[in-house]
Design a protein around this ligand. Structure first.
Ligand SMILES: Nc1ncnc2c1ncn2[C@@H]1O[C@H](COP(=O)(O)OP(=O)(O)OP(=O)(O)O)[C@@H](O)[C@H]1O
Ligand SMILES: [Mg+2]
Length: 280
């Protein structure tokens, strides 16, 4: 919305495809490397997985503001934002989610111009000033073609689709995302080039017949020629790093774990800078 401001999400319509794991690893590594950049993480998923990772299970029944309060009661953005909730990341703010978010979809459906509710809210006179403080804003979405997700995607400058290595349904999901989102934008008369190259996650360096068949399938669908060059490998360390709220590089260094993945997220960030997704 502002020059040089990136609003992004990693998206797939397939559940469990690493949206949350990648969004959180990405944000934590980014905050570690670029300490002078202000980052806002918005948990827009009523499942609240990222909020649980960041704040603990207690968040579910707690009396916190979520995006729902902003969109249904017009509570100012400033009030929704938790400032630096993690002591390790002074530059990371959060709009958390909890179970109350479940009814937001119904509420949005009653609004005139329902797909624009979030954009109108974020750009009203007061909220736009708060939003403009951030260099990077990351949404964590659930795997649905919902009004809530449409609201968030409309606000994004960059939507990076996720394909899981060896997984057929994430390829189908990628094509669905491309086609459906294109239809939505056309119907809403929105013209923006926000859907970027897909990123491959859960990558494994193994060759077997199953993988060979998947690679052939992906090749036939023209998927592999134009992806983000850096992949995210399949590794349990990614989930553990998130559990400990540590950037993957710090997590591995602190435990003396030797792993090739130590630089992967940094290299993904570098790719996004090269692709002009992020401006540094
Ligand atoms: N690179 C990875 N290597 C190994 N496991 C991974 C990786 N990325 C994600 N996972 C695992 O896959 C599972 C699903 O990941 P995650 O919750 O990030 O998916 P999601 O797309 O956010 O799911 P949902 O659609 O429910 O929001 C988790 O158990 C997570 O630890
Ligand atoms: Mg998730």
């Amino acid at each position: 919305m502002y020059k040089n401001q990136t609003i992004l999400t990693h998206m797939s319509f397939k559940g469990g495809s690493s949206k949350t794991t990648l969004n959180l690893n990405f944000v934590m590594e980014f905050c570690k490397i670029y300490k002078d950049k202000k980052v806002l993480f918005i948990d827009s998923d009523p499942q609240s997985n990222s909020s649980i990772f960041l704040l603990g299970e207690e968040v579910i029944n707690s009396d916190i503001y979520t995006l729902k309060d902003g969109l249904s009661e017009n509570i100012p953005l400033e009030k929704l934002i938790m400032k630096s909730p993690l002591s390790n990341f002074k530059n990371l703010d959060l709009i958390p989610s909890n179970i109350n978010m479940v009814t937001l979809e119904l509420i949005l459906n009653t609004k005139a111009g329902k797909e624009y509710t979030l954009l109108n809210y974020l750009t009203n006179d007061k909220n736009i000033n708060v939003l403009s403080n951030y260099d990077l804003i990351v949404f964590d979405l659930n795997p649905a073609i919902s009004v809530l997700n449409t609201n968030c995607m409309i606000c994004c400058t960059d939507i990076i689709p996720i394909i899981n290595y060896g997984c057929y349904s994430t390829i189908t999901g990628y094509n669905l995302l491309k086609n459906t989102y294109q239809d939505i934008k056309k119907a809403l008369r929105i013209e923006k080039d926000d859907l970027k190259k897909p990123i491959i996650t859960k990558f494994e360096k193994k060759e077997n017949n199953k993988i060979k068949m998947w690679l052939e399938y992906a090749e036939n669908k023209n998927i592999l020629k134009n992806t983000i060059k850096q992949t995210m490998r399949k590794s349990v360390h990614y989930e553990n790093a998130v559990l400990y709220n540590e950037p993957i590089s710090t997590y591995l260094e602190n435990r003396n774990i030797k792993s090739d993945i130590i630089d992967e997220i940094k290299l993904i960030i570098d790719e996004y800078i090269k692709e002009n997704i992020i401006t540094i």
